[in-house]
Ligand binder design. Structure first.
Ligand code: GAR
Length: 198
């Protein structure tokens, strides 16, 4: 993307959308970066209400359409989306979408990758596995998305200290708090560095 152009983000999410909420608030008055669209693959996802609260357009796209670029790409093109942020999006991004947005899709994972990553490792499954292992350090990883679950280039990692008696719910709460502190800023830095190198 040529420097000087504005970045227009689509957030993809499947759940409550607390990260989406923080990201929308962070970029509300940003001069060069805006959240233009929220996409969910769950009809009842709380993130759709987050979109309403922020006055951001949202769309629910059911599972059966995700293998149809001719349906999804025009949705993104109409909103002139330049970057995609996965904030608790719990499906694999299809190859054609990764190709169309090469190097412009970012994901947050609620553990220190490569540990506790891969297919089936999302949300509470991750925190339950951390608890079972006895590890007293977890964390967050923000990374670019490629064709494999949780394997793209790492942009940012931050450790989160745990206590031996923390339940999986407590681990989730501690990790989510750190996600909220860093995700929007990391997105901003990532987009800005792309502009500098364009
Ligand atoms: C976040 O903890 C995020 O890291 C995780 O889902 C949660 C979404 O919370 N994502 C994954 O597990 C992806 N593998 P939110 O809907 O409140 O933002």
């Amino acid at each position: 993307m040529p420097s000087g152009d504005k970045a227009r983000i689509a957030i993809f999410a499947s759940g409550g959308g607390s990260n989406a909420d923080k990201i929308c608030a962070y970029f509300e008055t940003h001069p060069d970066i805006s959240v233009e669209l929220i996409v969910s693959n769950k009809a009842e996802a709380g993130v759709l209400k987050v979109a309403d609260r922020h006055g951001i357009e949202s769309v629910y796209i059911s599972k059966k359409y995700w293998q149809h670029p001719e349906i999804i790409l025009p949705v993104l093109e109409t909103s002139e989306i330049t970057h995609i942020v996965l904030a608790g999006f719990l499906s694999l991004i299809p190859d054609w979408l990764i190709k169309a947005y090469k190097g412009r899709i970012i994901n947050i994972h609620p553990a220190l990758l490569p540990n506790y990553g891969g297919k089936g490792m999302y949300g509470h499954h991750v925190h339950e596995a951390v608890k079972k292992s006895g590890d007293l350090i977890s964390g967050i990883t923000i990374h670019e998305v490629n064709e494999h679950y949780d394997e793209g280039k790492v942009i940012f990692r931050k450790e989160v200290e745990l206590e031996a008696m923390d339940t999986p719910e407590e681990i989730a709460r501690k990790v989510l708090q750190v996600e909220h502190m860093y995700f929007a800023q990391v997105i901003e830095g990532w987009i800005n560095s792309q502009h500098e190198h364009a």
